[in-house]
Design a protein around this ligand. Structure first.
Ligand SMILES: [Zn+2]
Length: 423
């Protein structure tokens, strides 16, 4: 496998070392007109990425739906059968009225061709994994993936098939035995954690809003994995209202040390954008700039620990117009080494198109939100700085309590010193 990203002539070779996985069929994953997860967010992201020039010369891989053999890596035959049958009948019919397997609920209503659309999202993440495993690319991004709540036998939290778990399982059968999964969605990455809770070959790390305050109410720092896999589930809950600088302090206090100890061969990132301060379903307070900083940090960690191998997927994110398109355009840009400065203007043609679709929405004019994403690195217990601003001091104390709880739960199991900021 080559780690070179330089083509003849010294220009960055795009499309060879970096792949964008996309299918217009991702837009068929459509729960209904009033459901918060509207695939318009994906459409507007790709439109913005194209409009801003990000995709010029970039290879786009068009995935096939995941087949049953791959879906069955994670899901039960009974569940697959139920999804297929549900998507073949009219919404709301008696056949699904008792919501077996989580299908037909308010969160996960039946929609036409549910199986086909869900299998296509899973196929996209699987295609990204195959591109990397084959050595054709070092990085691949599929914004349609990230359905991290789906469980073996039931749908949950707008997720039908757990694409990341399926891709991880496939990688485990295709030459990888140390895989790291980092989930920065506002919600706990419960489905992926659960799939590999007892598997020491997979490290899952989830940063999310505190489980006492948000569904699915799991992801406590005490959840560390089971049996021989103790220490390979890490949970970093943060309180509602956590802003960029504090979120980044927590991220950098936990993720780099854990990855350095685990020594993964590949990093998979779930990049749900519902951590944003405007998200209607969660209460964190990140900006697009903070989200961008997290994507760049994860890419850099893949460079440092995984010889560059990085698979990034989307996830939650319900700021359909003002948030997700900018956040995930920055994600694609990070994967392509074509970072976009947050002060870059949002192209006028995109604004015109979106203005017609979403009249009355205050459309963004630039790619960022003028947030300072610098952060004070965590400096060990007792190292909480005093800023002189009482509210910030209190917030720092709270985030540091959470950081030390997570480190004390998981770090000794990885052979790390939870008290030592160098670990
Ligand atoms: Zn979420």
């Amino acid at each position: 496998m080559t780690t070179s990203s330089t083509a003849e002539g010294g220009t960055t070779q795009l499309g060879g070392d970096r792949v964008v996985v996309w299918s217009p069929e991702y837009l068929d994953y459509r729960w209904g007109p009033t459901h918060p997860m509207n695939p318009t967010r994906l459409d507007l992201t790709m439109a913005l990425s194209k409009s801003i020039g990000l995709l010029e010369g970039v290879e786009t891989v068009h995935p096939s739906p995941a087949d049953d053999v791959d879906l069955l890596r994670i899901h039960t035959p009974a569940y697959l059968d139920a999804v297929k049958r549900a998507g073949a009948v009219a919404p709301g019919t008696a056949a699904v009225a008792d919501a077996p397997h989580g299908l037909g609920t308010e969160d996960n209503p039946i929609f036409p061709r549910m199986h086909e659309a869900s299998a296509t999202l899973a196929g996209g993440t699987l295609a990204a994994a195959r591109e990397i495993a084959s050595g054709r690319t070092l990085r691949a991004v599929s914004i349609g993936g990230g359905m991290h709540h789906a469980m073996a036998d039931w749908a949950a939290g707008f997720c039908v098939y757990n694409d990341a778990a399926i891709a991880i399982s496939w990688l485990l059968d295709n030459g990888y035995d140390r895989i790291a999964y980092v989930d920065v969605d506002a919600h706990h990455g419960d489905g992926v954690q659960h799939a590999f809770l007892g598997d020491p070959r997979v490290l899952t790390i989830s940063l999310h809003q505190h489980p006492a305050t948000l569904w699915p109410n799991t992801g406590w720092s005490s959840e560390v994995g089971s049996g021989e896999a103790e220490g390979t589930s890490i949970n970093m809950p943060v309180l509602p209202g956590t802003v960029d600088s504090l979120w980044l302090r927590a991220f950098h206090a936990v993720v780099p040390g854990a990855l350095a100890a685990f020594r993964p061969q590949i990093l998979i990132s779930q990049c749900g954008a519902d951590s944003h301060r405007e998200d209607p379903l969660a209460d964190l307070a990140l900006t697009v700039d903070g989200q961008r900083a997290s994507y760049l940090a994860m890419r850099d960690l893949a460079d440092r620990h995984c010889e560059g191998r990085w698979l990034a997927v989307g996830g939650g994110g319900y700021g359909l117009v003002r948030v997700v398109p900018r956040a995930w355009t920055h994600l694609i840009a990070a994967a392509l080494d074509r970072e976009i400065d947050p002060t870059t203007a949002v192209p006028e043609d995109w604004r015109e198109r979106v203005g017609a679709l979403a009249p009355g929405v205050d459309l963004p004019t630039v790619m960022g939100e003028d947030s300072d994403v610098s952060y004070l690195p965590w400096d060990g217990p007792g190292g909480t700085p005093e800023t002189g601003v009482a509210s910030l001091d209190r917030a720092l104390t709270r985030i540091d309590s959470a950081i030390i709880a997570t480190r004390r739960s998981a770090f000794p199991l990885l052979g790390l010193d939870p008290e030592d900021p160098r670990d």
